[in-house]
Design a protein around this ligand. Structure first.
Ligand SMILES: NC(=O)c1ccc[n+]([C@@H]2O[C@H](COP(=O)([O-])OP(=O)(O)OC[C@H]3O[C@@H](n4cnc5c(N)ncnc54)[C@H](O)[C@@H]3O)[C@@H](O)[C@H]2O)c1
Ligand SMILES: O=c1ccn([C@@H]2O[C@H](COP(=O)(O)OP(=O)(O)O[C@H]3O[C@H](CO)[C@@H](O)[C@H](O)[C@H]3O)[C@@H](O)[C@H]2O)c(=O)[nH]1
Length: 439
């Protein structure tokens, strides 16, 4: 099939790669000309292990193309997928302006009998609104259908999540359009969930808000564990083995971040408010998460009394491992809080430093290795659970620090590693601190 995708962000690009990988001819279009120029020579705007190789492979096999020309990209497309951003507005609602821009371009170039798919995360009612907008921008009356097909991939494992998805949700009011989208995904051999358009739109927000709630729940349990001397990891394991609860998304830590959970929980809350439904539960989910972001600084203040003049080494900047994405990363709030308390911050991340510089500028120091970041530090904060940090030679880390003190925001250091490292003070989340003094 010939498919056009609008947007070459995480979703547009990885969807384009996967659809071409299963044999379709895909043209990705973006208004950002520099992104397109880079993609045309095989340079990806995002980091994910294995993504560059697949990008180049599919481009060389002439099934994956990039253009900033809408006429070229939309010409002869049987299916047009919209994967543009829907960021958060100041009032919490989803900003639909990129979608509205996409509708104008599609209206101008769409051919009869095309199926337009909205993959961007959009509030209930948006598919109908965008269909009308496309129609209004068509030079003449044209017959086309709209399908809601929300995306559930995670950053860092987007290709795998798409190729081996748990389900594909197709929301449509039209039998032929639904069958066409089923056909497009058929080679993936993934279960389909067929709904009407509004339910498909709601499934996406309900899923993200549920996962965010699960994280806030275990984080609040972890705070209680600390207060009563229990271990949240054992508690999560004991809970998760019950198949009705499940083990996933029960890792306590410094709260969720990223380009989706924060904005999508707020957008669902906004939809509830708009429709007169009191969804106060979500306010608690957000409040717990905001507090978790402050936890490492709170713990350090308790330990040191004052952080003025202290050097804190931040290990990890991206909002999660295997991505260079800094959107809503807890490291941003943590850095700013430390700076406001007079501390110096020295940060290391395997891939996110360039993106972090766009947000934090030169307010913090950037190190090119863990060794450089921790040198003479008063404390280490582990902010992102990169494998590199799990595998650290802790003895050499603590020996080069001024004080061998570690605040682990992701509980990623094994007890056995701590026992082998000599003198250390280790403060995890939701479980007892470990204080080892071999002197
Ligand atoms: N990032 C994720 O992991 C993820 C997962 C599932 C769903 N989503 C949802 O998918 C959507 C896209 O997310 P993202 O992270 O890929 O976004 P992004 O902001 O990283 O990328 C969006 C891209 O769309 C381009 N764009 C804007 N207007 C355009 C237009 N009119 N025509 C063509 N291109 C245009 C931008 O230049 C940008 O490159 C959002 O609604 C998001 O909530 C994201
Ligand atoms: O047990 C857990 C699991 C995750 N997180 C945090 O939650 C955030 C989000 O993690 P994850 O869900 O793995 O990453 P995303 O790439 O943001 O993916 C989410 O958001 C996407 C965009 O909507 C959806 O498509 C995915 O299904 C959904 O998992 C990160 O800050 C994680 O550190 C925890 O704190 N504890």
């Amino acid at each position: 099939m010939k498919i056009a995708i609008l947007g070459t962000g995480y979703v547009g690009l990885t969807t384009g790669i996967c659809l071409s990988e299963i044999g379709h001819y895909v043209t990705c279009i973006d208004i950002n000309e520099q992104k397109i120029k880079n993609l045309q020579v095989g340079i990806s705007p995002i980091y994910e292990p294995g993504l560059d190789e697949l990008l180049v492979k599919n481009a060389l096999e002439e099934r994956l193309f990039f253009t900033s020309s809408f006429s070229e990209g939309l010409e002869s497309a049987e299916i047009i997928i919209i994967a543009v951003g829907t960021p958060q507005r100041n009032d919490g609602a989803a900003d639909l302006s990129y979608l509205e821009g996409a509708a104008v371009h599609i209206g101008t170039h769409i051919q009869p009998n095309t199926v337009v798919v909205i993959k961007s995360t959009v509030p209930v009612g948006t598919n109908e609104y965008i269909k009308d907008l496309i129609q209004k921008n068509c030079p003449k009356e044209i017959s086309f259908e709209i399908v809601s097909n929300p995306e559930f991939l995670r950053q860092g494992s987007a290709i795998k999540d798409t190729m081996k998805a748990d389900r594909i949700v197709i929301g449509s009011e039209n039998e032929q359009a639904r069958e066409k989208i089923k056909e497009m995904y058929k080679p993936l051999n993934v279960p389909f969930i067929m709904t009407n358009i509004r339910s498909a739109e709601m499934i996406k927000y309900a899923s993200n808000a549920f996962l965010a709630s699960k994280i806030s729940y275990i984080n609040e349990i972890s705070n209680l564990c600390e207060a009563v001397g229990a271990n949240v990891e054992d508690v999560a394991k004991g809970m998760g083995k019950d198949f009705r609860i499940g083990e996933a998304f029960l890792h306590a830590g410094i709260g969720y971040g990223g380009s989706c959970f924060p904005k999508d929980v707020k957008a669902l809350l906004y939809t509830a408010k708009l429709n007169g439904v009191n969804f106060g539960f979500l306010n608690e989910v957000i409040a717990i998460n905001d507090h978790q972001h402050e936890l490492l600084v709170e713990k350090a203040l308790k330990r040191f009394g004052s952080l003025a003049g202290k050097k804190i080494a931040l290990l990890g900047l991206s909002f999660k491992p295997e991505t260079d994405d800094m959107r809503e990363a807890p490291s941003i709030k943590i850095s700013r809080a430390l700076l406001s308390l007079g501390a110096k911050v020295s940060a290391y991340d395997p891939v996110a430093i360039e993106n972090a510089k766009h947000i934090l500028g030169e307010t913090i120091e950037y190190s090119s290795s863990v060794k450089e970041a921790v040198n003479n530090a008063d404390a280490v904060f582990i902010v992102t659970e990169w494998n590199e940090f799990k595998e650290l030679d802790l003895k050499s880390v603590t020996e080069s620090m001024k004080n061998p003190i570690i605040f682990d925001g992701r509980n990623c250091i094994l007890d056995s590693k701590l026992r082998d490292c000599g003198t250390v003070e280790y403060y995890p989340i939701g479980k007892p601190s470990i204080l080892i003094n071999v002197m």
